[in-house]
Design a protein. Structure first.
Length: 338
């Protein structure tokens, strides 16, 4: 549907939703309450089987700035429905909002004034982590070490996304054309955790990046897809390999960025082995998980880990996957008996 430029919203807020009946009302209400009114909210329901669809319909009936689409089958991740919402969006600027999060009243206003005052491709806000009940857990991004008063080229910030995020990306306003260009070559089927991967592509394609004092409340929801242990949990291993390849291509094999990516991959692999050891999976799933782990093991950048990762952990991993798993099980058994 084509919209007259004069009637286009300034911001399109895109929201993937799946079985979100518990929190989606709070998320949508935080958009409706904005002091800046020229927006649209695009919700893509990823084939929910709870009351999510009914709640969305009630909001659509009350506010014509809210539009929605329901997928015919569940994609298993937030990336696909978010991509669909971005494609449906009618404005030049895209903002993310997950269905269990919410934003402060002047969130859009603060972004608007930042965009109008400088030539920018990407604006990053402040990500405040809260618990299930909306109380702060004391974690906020960007971290204090990030200088939020200067304007960046996106690639300068890639290092702050590796081996732990020093900046938040849910709290971002991004030009739609940049996202659409990335969709043209980005392999959206490579990983169900493609959001993190794509964030780094976005940074590499943006010139003007600035920070703004606009608070996005990110809920640590134990029931969300990202917090559930399943076969998809191990997709991060494939994503890490893609990131290693990207970082080596963009920054070089001996760069600070490559070192951080190598450390991140090592820690993710260690964590996934522990998850495999401490959870039950079907024989079929276990075989597939083992394949992913072995593939990831073959991509460890040993030379970049010396002095950066616990030496005993490196020795344990170097002894082989079977030995590492055995050592962990012995450690866990001994620790539990204390």
């Amino acid at each position: 549907m084509e919209i007259d430029d004069a009637k286009k919203p300034f911001f399109s807020i895109v929201m993937p939703a799946y079985n979100a009946e518990k929190f989606i009302g709070e998320a949508v209400d935080s958009v409706i309450a904005q002091s800046f009114h020229n927006w649209e909210l695009v919700i893509v329901d990823d084939c929910s089987n709870d009351r999510t669809s009914d709640i969305i319909k009630n909001y659509i009936d009350k506010d014509n700035r809210i539009i929605a689409y329901k997928a015919s089958k569940n994609s298993g991740s937030a990336f696909q429905p978010r991509k669909k919402a971005i494609e449906m969006a009618n404005s030049e600027w895209i903002l993310y909002l997950d269905s269990d999060d919410y934003i402060e009243k002047d969130y859009l206003s603060n972004f608007y004034f930042a965009i109008e005052s400088a030539s920018l491709d990407l604006v990053l806000g402040e990500m405040v982590f809260v618990n299930e009940y909306g109380a702060s857990i004391g974690v906020t991004l960007p971290l204090p070490k990030v200088n939020t008063t200067k304007k960046y080229k996106g690639r300068e910030l890639v290092k702050d996304t590796l081996n732990g995020w020093a900046i938040g990306f849910n709290c971002a306003a991004i030009k739609k054309n940049i996202l659409m260009n990335i969709f043209d070559f980005f392999d959206i089927n490579s990983s169900s955790l493609a959001d993190d991967e794509m964030s780094r592509y976005i940074l590499l394609k943006t010139n003007g990046v600035a920070f703004v004092d606009a608070k996005y409340y990110y809920r640590i929801n134990p029931e969300s897809i990202t917090n559930r242990v399943s076969v998809k949990t191990f997709d991060i291993l494939d994503s890490d390999i893609s990131i290693l390849n990207l970082i080596e291509k963009e920054f070089g094999a001996s760069s600070l960025e490559m070192e951080r990516a190598a450390i991140m991959q090592f820690h993710d692999l260690s964590r996934c082995i522990v998850i495999l050891c401490t959870n039950k999976f079907s024989i079929k799933d276990k075989i597939n998980i083992e394949k992913k782990i072995k593939h990831s093991y073959g991509h460890i950048k040993w030379s970049l880990l010396n002095g950066k990762v616990n030496r005993l952990k490196i020795l344990a991993m170097r002894s082989g996957l079977k030995s590492f798993k055995l050592m962990y099980k012995i450690y866990e058994f001994t620790w539990r008996r204390k």
